[in-house]
Design a protein around this ligand. Structure first.
Ligand SMILES: Nc1ncnc2c1ncn2[C@@H]1O[C@H](COP(=O)(O)OP(=O)(O)O)[C@@H](O)[C@H]1O
Ligand SMILES: [Mg+2]
Length: 606
C-alpha cells in the first residue's frame, strides 16, 4: 500500500494512506526512512519517523509494510550492539563510516553464519507441538545455551525436525502442519512485534533476590529476580555507574542494557567500556551474555521511544528460554520526553508539565513486562510424563531497572512520581551524598523496597538468620543519627549525651564501612551476601560493645580513638568476598579486644 506525504512536522509526518493501521511500519520517501503509524484521521495516517526528516518533501511516496515494528529473535543477539530499532550498529558503521546515513536497512542478525544445532531428544514426530516448546539448542556463546523456541503463536503437528548439524538462520529446522492443514517451516530465529508482550503460561511468585553485590541494594533495599526498580537521581549522581555495576555483577544469566541517550558522549563511554568488562563468574567477556541497545545521536528523540520496547522484547525472549534476565534502561526520562514531543506535535492536551495523559499508563505497561513466569511450552512434553523438559528451567524472569533523570533533581515531577507508584524497589539518589562523594549516593531515607520480607527468607536460608534484625537495627541507628545531627546543628554537640554521641559514631561506621562502596576499587566493587552480612554484623558488634563500655565510664573520645574503628571501616576493601574467614577472625579479635577494655574498666572501678 502506497500513499503520499501530505505534511511534515519534525519527526511527525502525515500521509494519505487509507488502509495502514496503527502500529504499522512504513518507509518514507526516496531516503526510505523508517516510521510507524501512530494515529489516523480519516484517510490520513499520522506517522512518527525514527530518523531525521530533514530534506523530505511533500508528495514523496510512503509505503506501508503491513506489519508492526518487530525484532528478530534467535542466536547471534548476544554480544551485539543494536540501535533503537535493532539495526546492528557496528555493521552500520562498517558499511557507512561514523556518520550513519538514513534509511539503511540491514538485518539484525547475521544470516550467513552457521550455528551448530543440537536437535531436541524430547520431541516425537507426528506429535502436537505448540509455542514456546524447544526444538533444540544452539551454543550461542561460551556462556549461554540458546533454546530454539517454537514461536509463541504457532502450533500444530510436528512433521519434520532437522538432524543435529550446522545451519544458518535461513535454513529451516522444523516443519509443522497447523490446524488449517497448511505446512509451516520453522527456523533458528523468528520475529516478534515489540509492543506486544510475549505470552507465558502463568505468573510465578518472585522469591529470590537479584544479588547485585552492592551492599546498599542487597542488604538494605533489595530487588527480586522478576522485580521492578527505579533509580531516580539528578545529573552526575551516579545512575549510569550503578546500572553498569548491576550489569557487571548481578547474578542474572543475561543482561540487556538500553542506552536511551542522555548525551552522545555517555553512549560512547558505554560502548567503549562494556566490551572490556570481564564476567566475574566465568572470567570471560561480559559481552558473551550481554546485549546493548543504543540510540545513535543522529536518530531523533522519537526513536528512543521504540528502543525500550526493542530491549524488553529481547529480554522476554531469553526469559522464555528459562533464563533470568536483567534489563537496565538509562534513562526512562528521555523515553518519556519522546512521548511528550510526539504528543505535543499531535496537538494532544498536555496534562502535567507537557506530558500527555497516558504517561502513567505507558510507564505502567512497560514495567508490567517484568516478572517471574512459568514459561510457555514447558507444561506439555511428550517424552517425560512429569511434563518437564530436563534441558531447561520451567521458569524465567525479567527484572526491569529504569533510571529516571528528573530535571533539577526534583522528584515531584511527573515521570519520577508515576514511576514511584509503579515500582517496588526505589533507589533514590541524593545530590547531597554525591556532593559529599558518598557513593553509591543512594539515600537511605528516601529509598524503599517492598521486597524485604521475601528477601529475609532467602537470607535466613542462605546466609544468616539475623539478617533482618541487623538491617532493621542499622536503619534505626542511621535515622537516630540524622535526628541527633539536627539537634547538634541547632544547639551544638554539647547538648548530646555520651550514648547519643556514640550513636553518631556508629552511624559513621555503617556509612563508611558498609554503605559507601567504590565501584572503582577492585576489592570493594563487589561484595558477596556473606561479606555484606559480616561487615554489617561487625559494625553493630562494635556499637554494642562500645555502648556497654560507656555505661562502665569509658569516654566516647577514648572509644573513638580505638584503632580498631579505622581498621573496621577499611575491611570492605581489605578482604575480598573470598576472604570472609579473615573477616570472621577480625570479628573475634574485636570481641576479645573489647573484653580486655571491659576488664580494665571494671578493675579501675574496684
Ligand atoms: N559507586 C561509585 N563509586 C565510585 N564513583 C562513583 C560511583 N558512582 C558514581 N561515581 C562517580 O560519579 C560520576 C558520575 O556518575 P554517573 O553515573 O555518570 O552519573 P549520572 O548517570 O547520574 O549522571 C562518575 O563518573 C564517578 O566518578
Ligand atoms: Mg548517566
Amino acid at each position: 500500500m502506497d500513499g503520499n506525504l501530505t505534511q511534515i512536522n519534525g519527526p511527525l509526518v502525515r500521509a494519505e494512506l487509507t488502509e495502514a493501521c496503527i502500529g504499522e511500519q512504513v518507509r518514507i520517501g526516496k531516503l526510505n526512512l523508517m516510521g510507524e503509524v501512530i494515529g489516523r484521521e480519516g484517510n490520513i495516517a499520522l506517522i512518527q519517523v525514527y530518523e531525521d526528516t530533514e530534506s523530505l518533501i511533500l508528495g514523496e511516496k510512503v509505503e506501508a509494510l503491513g506489519h508492526p515494528l518487530s525484532v528478530e529473535l534467535g542466536p547471534g543477539l548476544l554480544g551485539q550492539i543494536f540501535d533503537g530499532v535493532q539495526r546492528p550498529l557496528l555493521d552500520l558503521v562498517q558499511i557507512s563510516g561514523d556518520y550513519i546515513p538514513r534509511g539503511v536497512n540491514i538485518p539484525a542478525l547475521n544470516h550467513d553464519k552457521k550455528w551448530l544445532f543440537e536437535a531436541s531428544q524430547n520431541l516425537e514426530m507426528d506429535s502436537i507441538v505448540s509455542g514456546g516448546m524447544s526444538l533444540g539448542t544452539v551454543k550461542e556463546t561460551e556462556l549461554v545455551t540458546h533454546q530454539i523456541l517454537i514461536p509463541p503463536n504457532c502450533s500444530g503437528t510436528l512433521i519434520w525436525l532437522a538432524e543435529s548439524g550446522s545451519y544458518t538462520l535461513n535454513d529451516p529446522v522444523a516443519r509443522i502442519k497447523n490446524e488449517q492443514d497448511t505446512e509451516e517451516l520453522l527456523y533458528l530465529s523468528h520475529r516478534w512485534p515489540v509492543r506486544t508482550p510475549r505470552p507465558f503460561n502463568r505468573r510465578a511468585d518472585a522469591i529470590a533476590p537479584l544479588i547485585t553485590g552492592q551492599r546498599i541494594f542487597d542488604t538494605f533495599f533489595p530487588l527480586l529476580k522478576g522485580g521492578k526498580a527505579a533509580i531516580p537521581g539528578p545529573f552526575g549522581a551516579g545512575k549510569t555507574m550503578i546500572q553498569q555495576q548491576i550489569a557487571r555483577w548481578s547474578d542474572a544469566d543475561i543482561v540487556i542494557y538500553v542506552g536511551c541517550g542522555e548525551r552522545g558522549n555517555e553512549l560512547v563511554d558505554v560502548l567503549e567500556s562494556f566490551p572490556q568488562l570481564i564476567d566475574p563468574r566465568s572470567k570471560r567477556s561480559l559481552m558473551e551474555r550481554t546485549i546493548l541497545v543504543a540510540n545513535t545521536s543522529n536518530m531523533p528523540v522519537v526513536a528512543r521511544e521504540a528502543s525500550i520496547y526493542v530491549g524488553v522484547t529481547m529480554a522476554e525472549y531469553y526469559r522464555d528460554q528459562g533464563l533470568d534476565v536483567v534489563m537496565v534502561a538509562d534513562s526512562t526520562s528521555r523515553w518519556a520526553e519522546a512521548l511528550r514531543e510526539v504528543a505535543g506535535r499531535l496537538g494532544q492536551m498536555p496534562v502535567e508539565e507537557g506530558y500527555p495523559a497516558y504517561l502513567a499508563s505507558r510507564l505502567a505497561a512497560f514495567y508490567e513486562r517484568s516478572g517471574r513466569v512459568h514459561i510457555l511450552g514447558h507444561e506439555k512434553n511428550n517424552s517425560d510424563p512429569s511434563g518437564k523438559d530436563p534441558a531447561r528451567n520451567d521458569q524465567g524472569s525479567v527484572t526491569l531497572i529504569g533510571a529516571v533523570s528528573p530535571p533539577g533533581g526534583d522528584f515531584s515531577e511527573p515521570v519520577t512520581g508515576h514511576t514511584k507508584e509503579i515500582v517496588q524497589t526505589f533507589w533514590a539518589l541524593s545530590k547531597e551524598l554525591a556532593d559529599a562523594r558518598h557513593y553509591p549516593s543512594v539515600s537511605w531515607t528516601e529509598s524503599f523496597s517492598e521486597y524485604v520480607s521475601v528477601t529475609a527468607d532467602w537470607w535466613l536460608e542462605n546466609v544468616h538468620p539475623d539478617w533482618l534484625q541487623l538491617r532493621t537495627e542499622a536503619l534505626s541507628l542511621l535515622s537516630q543519627a540524622q535526628e541527633l545531627m539536627r539537634i547538634v546543628n541547632l544547639v551544638g554537640p554539647e547538648a548530646l549525651s555520651s550514648e547519643q554521641r556514640w550513636v553518631l559514631e556508629a552511624a559513621d561506621l555503617i556509612k563508611e564501612g558498609v554503605l559507601q562502596q567504590s565501584a572503582l576499587d577492585e576489592v570493594d566493587s563487589y561484595a558477596s551476601p556473606e561479606k555484606q552480612f559480616l561487615l554489617l554484623q561487625m559494625m553493630l558488634i562494635i556499637y554494642h560493645q562500645g555502648e556497654s563500655l560507656i555505661t562502665l565510664g569509658m569516654s566516647v573520645q577514648a572509644l573513638k580513638e580505638l584503632p580498631l574503628l579505622i581498621t573496621a571501616k577499611r575491611c570492605k576493601s581489605t578482604y575480598s568476598s573470598e576472604q570472609t574467614e579473615n573477616l570472621k577472625q577480625f570479628i573475634i579479635q574485636i570481641k576479645s579486644d573489647f573484653q580486655k577494655y571491659r576488664l580494665e574498666y571494671t578493675q579501675e572501678f574496684l
